[in-house]
Design a protein around this ligand. Structure first.
Ligand code: ATP
Length: 340
């Protein structure tokens, strides 16, 4: 059945997954691509329309045209990268998600308040180099993909290397454990949280250092870097799943206290590191679909348990929009500011 709405997104990040999911749920699909990527998006039969722009920073110029059509925007990481918080808020194209959550996500301080209220443990934060009393990771603001992050052993090491830091940064306790990114979907229609899938990122060179014995590393001028090169699927020990669900449920519950009654809904991801005592430390939360879900376009072991059919996060988003349409509840899944 063809639905009277077009689902649109920027042609990058997880656009293929989002548009394939929208197509499978009966929507028309639109990719806003650049001159470099338009051929790619046109090459897929499930993409009904491509609008090409010179650069994504031109997206705001299309807003008027898209507002006049029955378009629903599904945001992903590139929206945050290419549109400012203000541009996001000013955009009145119906938007899947709650924009009030963006402020809480964008500020590291507000994120910390949100997660702490949700009873989620975060690595300790250090305000100055002098306070450092254990290994830390120094994170540049807006780095993207872990670029430029530094592992620092102690306060002395920080003093020596801090001149390399040209941008604003935060200093966080370094947690030694396994990084696990948990992908969730919260349905406001059903008031239900689902674990969709999980991944770990494959990072260069930190994930390779273990291949060189520590003794051989001594004297080598090598320090870990955290640049993402890909993602690997993970299935979590079943005994740890209950904690994963608890964290997701708490995040949603607190979001309804801090970001209006709708709170955080749709896709989100909690980025964790699990230590040998089976404690989850949360590094960050992403309040929308993350690129690690691209591993599961055909579904994951967890989405199979719920759906017995291929259910990517992108398709789950389209399914929620479809269910909202069928039950006359579209306002529950689109941002408050939008009018259809
Ligand atoms: P942003 O989303 O702000 O662009 P990012 O997602 O690229 O950041 P993070 O997820 O914060 O970056 O971190 C990148 C990598 O750095 C992680 O996958 C992990 O390997 C490592 N890392 C981050 N924080 C810590 C920590 N507190 N302890 C140990 N390793 C960490």
């Amino acid at each position: 059945m063809n639905r009277p709405y077009t689902i649109a997104t920027l042609g990058s990040h997880s656009a293929l997954q989002i548009l394939k999911g929208a197509h499978d749920e009966g929507f028309r699909t639109l990719a806003v691509a650049t001159r470099d990527t338009e051929r790619l998006y046109r090459s897929f039969a499930f993409v009904d329309e491509v609008i090409a722009v010179d650069s994504y920073s031109e997206f705001p110029k299309l807003i008027g045209e898209l507002e006049r059509r029955k378009v629903i925007i599904v945001p992903h990481g590139s929206f945050v990268a290419y549109l400012s918080l203000e541009e996001h808020k000013q955009m009145t194209i119906p938007y899947f998600g709650n924009k009030a959550v963006l402020d809480w996500e964008a500020s590291r301080e507000l994120q910390r308040e949100w997660l702490t209220r949700a009873d989620i443990t975060m690595p300790r934060q250090f305000k100055t180099g002098a306070e450092i009393d254990r290994p830390v990771i120094v994170k540049l603001y807006g780095a993207g993909g872990g670029k430029g992050y530094m592992f620092i052993r102690d306060a002395h090491d920080f003093e020596q290397r801090s001149k390399e830091l040209k941008k604003a940064y935060t200093i966080q306790e370094y947690i030694i454990g396994v990084p696990l990114y948990i992908h969730y979907f919260y349905s406001p229609l059903e008031d239900r949280l689902e674990i969709m899938s999980m991944d770990r990122r494959y990072e260069t060179n930190v994930d390779s250092l273990g291949r060189i014995p520590a003794a051989a590393q001594e004297g080598m001028d090598v320090s870990p870097s955290y640049v993402v090169v890909g993602n690997q699927p993970v299935s979590l020990r079943e005994s740890m799943l209950a904690e994963a669900l608890r964290m997701g449920e708490n995040v949603v519950r607190v979001s309804k206290e801090i970001a209006g009654p709708k709170g955080l809904f749709g896709a989100f991801c909690i980025e964790t590191i699990i230590t040998p005592d089976i404690k989850f430390y949360c590094m960050e939360i992403s309040a929308r679909i993350v690129a690690g879900t691209n591993l599961f376009i055909d579904g994951s072991p967890y989405s199979y348990l719920n759906y017995s059919e291929p259910m990517s996060t992108g398709r789950r988003i389209a399914r929620e929009i479809k269910n909202a349409l069928l039950t006359n509840n579209l306002r529950l899944v689109l941002d408050d500011g939008s009018v259809l």
